[in-house]
Each structure stands twice: as structure tokens, then as C-alpha cells.
Design a binder for this molecule. Structure first.
Ligand SMILES: *Cc1c(COP(=O)(O)O)cnc(C)c1O
Length: 366
């Protein structure tokens, strides 16, 4: 097979063993002689796999008992609607750090007043705003912890005067998280925890069912109401309807791999090491400059462009990198240049190969 270093932003690289074990399970799940896509989701073997997957989430993130862990469909984009549907009574506050955050706020406006407390669109979302005030009468404050397109990240669990809600689509499981500081955490799986098609929602039970004042979408449609899915989890089944079985199986295998590595403290150490390796090269190399404010740099997505005066070399570097097996390094059209996503499953060898490629390109263009 061709050597490819996969820096895609999502869907993206997954652990080899997760892929191998999923292929096996497609043929034969749990020694049943039947493949994972072909069994009933009400068989004990599958119910156990659901329970084990949830337990992995709980163990890795240290999720307290008063939280539910839900596996739903529809992607993070559906949660942009479902989160305010479940939590926005009158008013919510949003931090606009990118287009995902903007899209989330847009949906929330359907349900009530939305206060954009700060917005970094003025500089193409290249930084995380600071020094803003969160209104204390907001039902919740929504943040996007990692801004996949711009390579900025909120790397700490902030103290918040109101309930904190986070889209962690692209940095979940990259570092330990103090879950207690959040009312709700959600995201699509396809960056760090599995293939596209399953969405995770971690929600504190006592915040649900509190919509009293709102007219719109009240009562909630059954599938939108998190309590529908949470009630099932309490029976340790968590399947109101048919879950995306292959996706959850692969998520299980991906998280098992994270656990084998040593959990999130270890995972974070590895991620920081990979990330520093690439940022050091971006900062050293005369051909390139990083686009994100240094203090807000993401350890997942690394954005860089050609240095001033070297812009004419952009296509040449793209071709040079492609020749050496680099895949998925084209930057998002709103930022331009390049973006290398170094998610959990991206091996350090891939980062080393990219760094070497950048060094060789510099030498060739001296
Ligand atoms: C990818 C991404 C999304 C969109 O996820 P879908 O599952 O495609 O809806 C939302 N937020 C962030 C931060 C993302 O990286």
C-alpha cells in the first residue's frame, strides 16, 4: 500500500488497530458468526458493547455519575439546534471563535435571545477573545474549545458564572477535562474518537427538563429531548432507537486504544510533543509563518501560510509535499495556506516526515 501521511481535518486518521478490529467484527462480532452490521442491536453482546463504550468514556474523562453519556446521530451540527432546544429558556451567551461557533449561535437564536459576548471574526478568528463579560442572567455560556478551521484552542477548563456548554468536536480526548465545570459537552466523533456518523453528548442530568417560559418547540419533540435518550441510559441500554452500530463499535476500539496508551494525561503529553515539533519548525523555517496567535495555538490543528515575500511558492510547496506522501494539508479556504491536523491517532513519524519535508523545501528554495 502507498505510504500516506494523513493530516486531514476530519474525517481523519484513526488507530490502525481500531480499523483492523472493526474489519474482523464486520465478519464476526463477538463469536456469534454474524457481522456487526448484521446483528440485532438488542442482543446481549451489543448491549454489553454499548455499556463498555460508555464506561470507557467515563473512565477516560472521569465523568461523574450525575452525568449521562449519550451516543446520537446527526453530527455536531444537529446539536447546534438540540442544545438550545433543551437548555435555552430565555437567553444564552456565545463566544464566537469561528464559523462553527457562529453556526451554533445562529440555531440558538431560534429559541431565544443570544448574546455574542465576544467575536474574533475581525481577524479571521486567528485568536481567542479575552476580557469579555458573561451575563449572569444567561441560561448558559457556549464555547467551541477547539476551532478546527483556524487552529486556535481554549486549552483550559474555565470558571464560568453560568452553566458552561462546550462543542469539543475536535479536541475531545486530546487532554484531561474537568467535566464538573461543564453542564454539557458535545461533538461529532470524526476528529478524535471514531468515524463520522455518531455524536457524543455528555450532560448533567439535573439541567434537563427546565424549559418553562419558552413558546417555541415546547414541549420538545421526542428525539430532540435529551431525557428520551438519558432515560434509556439509566436502564444501561441507551438505545431509544437503532444506534449507528459500526460507528460506535469503531469508537469503542478507538477509545480502547487511548486507554492502552495510558489515558488522557499520556495522550496529552504525546500530543503536545507532536504539536511543538511542528510549531517549532513553522517558527524556525524562513518559508512559513503560523496564522494563529501563539498563546491560543491549537495542539490539534496547525495552520500556516507562506512567509511574506514567499507567497509565490505556495503551489510549489503543495506539490513538493504531495510528492512525499503528505495528504490533507491544504488550509481551509477562509484561512488559505496549509493546515496539518495532528489528532490522537496521527503518529509522530508523520509529523517528523512533514517537518523534514518543510526543511527540504526551504533548502531547495534558498
Ligand atoms: C467538525 C466540526 C463540527 C461539525 O461537525 P458535524 O459532525 O459535521 O456536524 C462542529 N464543530 C466543530 C468544532 C468541528 O470541528
Amino acid at each position: 500500500m502507498k505510504t500516506a501521511y494523513n493530516f486531514n481535518a476530519g474525517p481523519c486518521v484513526l488507530p490502525k488497530q481500531a480499523i483492523e478490529n472493526t474489519i474482523k467484527a464486520l465478519h464476526d462480532f463477538d463469536n456469534t458468526g454474524i457481522g456487526i452490521a448484521e446483528i440485532s442491536h438488542r442482543t446481549p453482546g451489543w448491549e454489553k458493547l454499548m455499556a463498555d463504550t460508555r464506561q470507557l468514556w467515563r473512565d477516560l474523562l472521569g465523568i461523574p455519575a450525575e452525568y449521562e453519556v449519550l451516543f446520537l446521530g446527526g453530527g455536531a451540527s444537529t446539536q447546534f439546534m438540540a442544545v438550545p432546544a433543551n437548555l435555552l429558556n430565555k437567553k444564552a451567551a456565545y463566544l464566537q471563535t469561528g464559523v462553527w461557533a457562529k453556526k451554533a449561535a445562529k440555531e440558538a437564536k431560534l429559541f431565544g435571545t443570544v448574546d455574542i459576548v465576544a467575536n474574533s471574526e475581525d481577524k479571521t478568528y486567528s485568536y481567542i477573545p479575552k476580557g469579555y463579560t458573561i451575563p449572569t442572567d444567561a441560561d448558559y455560556f457556549h464555547i467551541t474549545t477547539n476551532n478546527t478551521i483556524y487552529g486556535t484552542e481554549i486549552k483550559h477548563d474555565m470558571d464560568c458564572p453560568v452553566m458552561l456548554v462546550a462543542d469539543m468536536s475536535s479536541d475531545i480526548m486530546s487532554r484531561p477535562v474537568d467535566v464538573k465545570k461543564y453542564g454539557l459537552i458535545y461533538g461529532g466523533a470524526q476528529k478524535n474518537v471514531g468515524p463520522a456518523g455518531v455524536t457524543f453528548v455528555i450532560v448533567r442530568k439535573d439541567i434537563l427538563g427546565k424549559i418553562t417560559d419558552r413558546q417555541y418547540m415546547n414541549p420538545l419533540p421526542t428525539m430532540v429531548d435529551f431525557r428520551t435518550h438519558a432515560a434509556e441510559e439509566d436502564k444501561n441500554i441507551s438505545m431509544f432507537n437503532t444506534p449507528p452500530v459500526i460507528n460506535i463499535f469503531m469508537m469503542y476500539e478507538t477509545l480502547k486504544w487511548v486507554k492502552e496508551i495510558g489515558g488522557l494525561t499520556e495522550m496529552n503529553k504525546i500530543n503536545v510533543k507532536k504539536s511543538n515539533l511542528l510549531y517549532d519548525e513553522i517558527d524556525r523555517n524562513s518559508m512559513f509563518v503560523g496564522t494563529a496567535a501563539k498563546e491560543d495555538r491549537s495542539i490539534m490543528n496547525h495552520c500556516f501560510v507562506m512567509a511574506p515575500g514567499r507567497e509565490d511558492k505556495q503551489d510549489a510547496f503543495m506539490a513538493f509535499a504531495k510528492e512525499r506522501g503528505m495528504v490533507g494539508i491544504k488550509g481551509h479556504r477562509s484561512v488559505g495556506g496549509f493546515r496539518a491536523s495532528l489528532y490522537n491517532a496521527c503518529p509522530i513519524e508523520a509529523v517528523e516526515a512533514l517537518v523534514q519535508c518543510m526543511q527540504d523545501f526551504e533548502k531547495a528554495n534558498k
